[in-house]
Design a protein around this ligand. Structure first.
Ligand SMILES: NC(=O)c1ccc[n+]([C@@H]2O[C@H](COP(=O)([O-])OP(=O)(O)OC[C@H]3O[C@@H](n4cnc5c(N)ncnc54)[C@H](O)[C@@H]3O)[C@@H](O)[C@H]2O)c1
Length: 309
């Protein structure tokens, strides 16, 4: 299959690109490297370095003629969405529209779109089902949800098929620990440097962590399944940050004594996504338990540290 992967130099996109290549698909990455990294393209993927909003995007569609687009490129920082809402909408909403236009003008069969738990806002029950009220707390949540509506309209108007995957907290190799990144990437980066992890709040807040390989597999399954579906992609388990640190302590054979700092205003206390729709629609189940995923990720951070030293 010919697959165009936007944001393919980023954490999730590059892991999807590797798996697609391994499965024999022909892939093309489009990325402007705003947060993506050259070193993530270690398997020599074909890559066009442009912005998804650029006019040249349409030429990329005409030349490559993808059958499926996996549209990962996005402004992913909640904090930045609040500080620079225009930029956030320019990339996440206008950029997605530019991609959708390319899809319908060039006969693309399907778009796979990564959405987020951020679209739900404060949960009124747990685990959250896809039918939960949409009430984003941040501009990021709004600009991840608006494309879902456009995608459904493009389907009705032009027949473009889609699968929308709403991820919980994804973690694994290549996640960038800088900025607000994922909490696991930040903890592991600190631990690999021999520093104490910093917890914002009392550490009893809970999260639903899903390992990158499981997210990749949900994308691979969506190439042929999940037509017109919107599904949560999650482990459907919840773990507190304190429990997470205990597991990490077991892995490194050392009890970790974190530094507790003030909670970030607006942070959601507990989050867990029900994944039964994904299990049913995508014939998919998460395979990697937290301890295994954390061990694999720690190996990656230790290796990258050695490369830098
Ligand atoms: N990481 C998570 O836990 C998580 C959770 C829910 C949803 N998502 C979604 O998954 C997708 C991938 O996220 P990620 O964690 O890999 O982030 P990432 O920052 O590692 O990847 C995003 C990629 O998009 C590229 N990009 C950004 N703006 C671009 C533009 N205007 N033109 C071209 N390329 C551009 C970046 O350079 C980067 O390579 C995003 O759509 C994000 O909203 C991620």
């Amino acid at each position: 299959m010919r697959i165009l992967i936007t944001g393919g130099a980023g954490f999730i996109g590059s892991n999807i690109a590797d798996a697609c290549k391994k499965d024999g698909h022909e892939i093309l990455i489009v990325d402007n490297f705003s947060t993506g990294l050259e070193k993530n393209l270690e398997y020599g993927h074909q890559c066009v370095r442009i912005d998804i909003n650029a006019d040249e995007m349409q030429q990329v569609f005409r030349d490559f003629k993808p059958e499926v687009v996996i549209h990962n490129a996005a402004q992913v920082s909640v904090g930045r969405s609040l500080k620079e809402p225009l930029l956030d909408q320019e990339i996440n909403i206008r950029g997605t529209l530019n991609i959708l236009q390319g899809c319908v003008d060039n006969g693309v069969r399907k778009i796979i779109y990564p959405s987020s738990a951020a679209v739900y806002g404060l949960p009124s029950y747990l685990p959250i089902k896809e039918s939960h009220t949409i009430n984003p707390e941040s501009f990021y949540g709004i600009t991840k949800y608006t494309p879902e509506l456009y995608i459904k309209s493009f389907n009705k108007l032009y027949g473009l098929d889609y699968t929308i995957l709403r991820y919980s907290n994804v973690y694994g190799p290549r996640q960038d620990p800088r900025g607000e990144g994922g909490v696991i990437a930040i903890f592991l980066d600190k631990i690999s440097r021999g520093e104490r992890p910093v917890v914002l709040g009392d550490g009893y807040q809970t999260r639903d962590f899903i390992f990158i390989d499981d997210v990749v597999n949900a994308n691979l399954a969506s190439l042929c399944l999940g037509s017109q579906g919107t599904v949560n992609v999650s482990s459907n388990t919840s773990v507190s940050l304190n429990e997470l640190l205990n597991i990490l302590g077991e892995i490194v054979g050392n009890s970790l004594s974190p530094i507790y700092e003030e909670e970030r205003p607006g942070d959601i206390r507990d989050s867990q996504l029900d994944n039964s729709c994904a299990i049913q629609m995508l014939s998919w189940t998460p395979q990697i338990d937290l301890k295994t995923g954390l061990s694999n990720t720690l190996i990656y951070y230790n290796k990258s540290r050695k490369v830098l030293l």
